[in-house]
Design a binder for this molecule. Sequence first.
Ligand SMILES: O=C(O)CCC(=O)C(=O)O
Length: 314
Amino acid sequence: MMSFLRRFKPAYAIYNFFQKGRLGHIQSTYRKLGINKSYYEPVTHRDFKGKVGESPWLDRLDSREVLPDNEKFRQLPPSLQNQILNWSERGYAILPGFFDERQVEFINAEIEKIVANNQADWKANHTKIMFAVRQSDALRQMVDAPRVRDVLELLLGREVQLFQSINFLEGSQQKTHSDSVHMTTFPLGNLIAIWIALEDIKPGSGVLHYYPGSHTLPYIMTDDFEHGGSRWFLGKEAYPKYEERIAEVIRENNFEKQNFLAKKGDILIWHANLLHGGNPITDSDLSRKSMVLHYYAKGVACYHEITQRPALFE
Ligand SMILES: O=C(O)CCC(=O)C(=O)O
């Protein structure tokens, strides 16, 4: 549940007022779209109602039809081509062994260094580290590499920029959600994420799960559940209400749940609206070392639908 101050919208507006350099992106998007709004104000999907924006190309066209004729696609190794060919239908792609043993050990060693130097931005009871890429350029170069971006940019059809990294030492146990409620875009769909297994993932460790095809469902926004907010306050139970709505959506639709029992170095790429989360941990002795990178397409509006905050870039 959110504390009083975190729910009081003007508190964030004041904070954001002093973050102009990090929020220039949203001001220029408002200007481009003819939206009369300042960079520091709360923002939701309602602000973009009636505005025209183009969704990513593989949401409009079928990847199986258009990718084989695409020059960048043709340059990829055939094994990788096979994995992304069904992107439009599945909303995810698994690239086995994308990072090799040496690369994964390098990533793990960088994380250990950040922890040992007391630089880690810990969250969730010391189980996850935010923005480790800001503490280590070498880590950033390894994970946010051109060969990663090439695939993401091909799938989104736009240039991407890294927004955040999260390193998990244990399973997140995060309930099923779409990233589009945390990292919302206008036009919708302009976010993409990769999840890297930093060890062999074992059952019971809080395995990552996902629902193939669920990215084609309507995006769930704050008008689609009882968020309980008002002009001045965010609703106390907005996020649990969102999670309940998602659980209903899963019950109403027959998507099959998949668990990602990844091997060290495997990656999973997911679509902005793919439903996914972390299973409950049933064996607390198990670690689940993994890293997530969330990328936004450049030049789109980026914000958090529930907290109504524009995305703060570095
Ligand atoms: O790694 C997990 O368990 C879930 C991560 C996730 O849902 C996310 O980063 O969006």
